[in-house]
Design a protein around this ligand. Sequence first.
Ligand SMILES: [Zn+2]
Length: 273
Amino acid sequence: MGNGRSASFWFDVWTPLGQLIMHLGPLGPRALRIRKDVVVADATRGSNWDLPHPRLQQEVALHSYLTTISLPLSTECDDMFEWIAGDSSLCTFRSATTWEVLRPREETKDWFDVIWLKGSVPKLAFTMWVANYDRLPTRTRLASWGVPISADCPICSRDLETRDHIFLSCDYSFEVWREVLIRCNPPTSRFTEWSELLSWIRAATSKELRLLRKLATHTVIFHLWKHRNNLIHNQTSLSVTTVFHSIDREMKNIISANRYRKSLCSLMALWLR
Ligand SMILES: [Zn+2]
């Protein structure tokens, strides 16, 4: 507290009691006969506090603290404001620290490493995130909500359209994956379940290969889903070669755009082999 000419009496935290409007409640301004818009200096008169005799316990607590402040307030220095975030007090406001204090934090999810990564494209990572939760509106899910449609795979019609079918076990997807896997060291056996896909990503022998597998998986999932949507909504059926061509171009773009990142600069050689 300096001269008390800028600190709000009711809303700034200038006593250990916190904001006085919270400490004394909405009836506080009437009880203390101090308007809500005044500054601390307005509550003093010469070397005394201009306050009525305390009645409530909270008012007594305030009076007792005020006796520790010597009056009149110093006119030489201005009030100083400090931003306090959590346990750390900062003289200036920092949005990053404040965000860390405010945001709800949960345990790190076990899928975090395969979804959110440096270099990934947000639209691809987002689709991967939703797919990982098995929340994409596949026909099986739509049918389970009561939508009157066939739950069969729109591409092969040989099985129900579940997440694992459309992205992994459908023959069409398998053909797309085959082109991609050549560039990412294929698994020993064809994966048909989501958990096998994640295990394969994590089993890569080097950091670079793991990153390539993650980026390739994001891209494949996005383009397979896009192809599936185009087939259903626009009746556009594309060949495996065309879909792979889009994936290939997307991968090259991602890697080129990140060529200055240390972790991504060697990926082009891996992808093009
Ligand atoms: Zn299918």
